[in-house]
Design a protein around this ligand. Sequence first.
Ligand SMILES: Cc1cc2nc3c(=O)[nH]c(=O)nc-3n(C[C@H](O)[C@H](O)[C@H](O)COP(=O)(O)OP(=O)(O)OC[C@H]3O[C@@H](n4cnc5c(N)ncnc54)[C@H](O)[C@@H]3O)c2cc1C
Length: 397
Amino acid sequence: MTDVIVVGAGPAGSAVACHLARSGLDVLILEKTAFPREKVCGDGLTPRAVQELVTLGVDVEEPGWFRTSGLRLVGAGRRLEIPWPDGSLPSYGLTRTRRDLDELLVRRAVKAGATLQEGTKVTGPLLNRAGQVVGVTTAAGEQHARLVVAADGASSRLSVALGLYPRRDRPIGVAARRYYRSPRHDDDLLGVWLDPAPAGYGWVFGMGDGTCNVGVALLRTPHADYRRLLSRWLTTLPPEWGLTEENATTPVRGAALPMGFSRQPHYVPGLVLVGDSGGMVNPSSGEGIAYALEAARLAAETIETALARPTAGQRERAFQRYPAALKTANGGHFTLGRAFARAVEHPHVMRLATRHGLSHPALMRVAIKILGNITDPGGHRAPDRLAAALSKITPVS
Ligand SMILES: Cc1cc2nc3c(=O)[nH]c(=O)nc-3n(C[C@H](O)[C@H](O)[C@H](O)COP(=O)(O)OP(=O)(O)OC[C@H]3O[C@@H](n4cnc5c(N)ncnc54)[C@H](O)[C@@H]3O)c2cc1C
């Protein structure tokens, strides 16, 4: 009997495993792939994500990381630069391929004492007579645990096996990316274009290693064709950036963005959902890594407290605090993001926002900081205070 089985070693799973192993619990990570492995992503880490990495003890001073100083928004012939906030969070962001990042994080969890089993696909939950999750099944047989963490990503087969489907009233996005050799590789602003699609955006993120991560994200519509969208949009970018077929170093690959707490509840007896499995991508930005890492920390705090309680009733009450903690941290923000996602589904709203918003830089800066959650939590500047107030008064569901 293990204390905790973590299913999936993406950022969510490795972070929760690392926190739990550090607190002395016996943790087993089951991962279907083997490291190093690819994961389709934009590879952009905001200061919020950097903060979580530092908390996990990741050395972000080592070679291999590329530092960013903020965002550059481009649309309707205008551009707006938004530096990362200067305050309680690190003043820089980072980029790093997920091939590197995910391996680095899982190795940290192992160093902290967690056991990793690669090439082990979890095939389903193991239930007791009361219907409580008491472990998982794999091709090798049954593995029992006091608690299971579903960190198995957007499709979370483990959650689906328990009847936890994505909510239909939540937005879902799709995004695709490709790497290109490009002289833009050392641009220290994350470039975001608002033009490629009415309810979407394009990005060019410098990786600092001679390549850029280039992609598009859009709200899922029945006929969303991200490959065509990406290639059409690339023809509008300056030719000297070299974002051409000859300079592409990978194929185009896409995946879903489960947003705004799209799968709930985040706790059912015996099972906690963390990261994309619980739909923890910010609906207005498509950012998911910071939220996965933050949820992992909150989940670990709850699990550690709960497993130390002497009775089943006390443990259950302690576990119930995890969904509430998630909502307190980001619920208001995700509600705002969902409202934004609904609004931009109407093409003219996005066009108006791009055209008029970017010609009012002060206003746009505040709106982007609030929607992208790039304010300083506890900061005293107007966007920080407005963001904190708005997320407090916004109803959460
Ligand atoms: C194209 C694209 C671009 C993006 N760009 C950004 C960005 O720039 N910045 C950002 O912050 N976010 C971005 N995101 C979102 C981000 O990638 C996710 O939010 C993040 O990966 C969530 O981490 P996770 O650990 O929850 O899930 P994942 O990273 O998906 O990890 C899940 C893990 O579980 C494993 N697994 C799955 N099923 C099983 C099973 N049955 N048994 C064992 N193991 C299993 C998988 O192999 C995987 O290792 C992007 C997403 C996409 C699709």
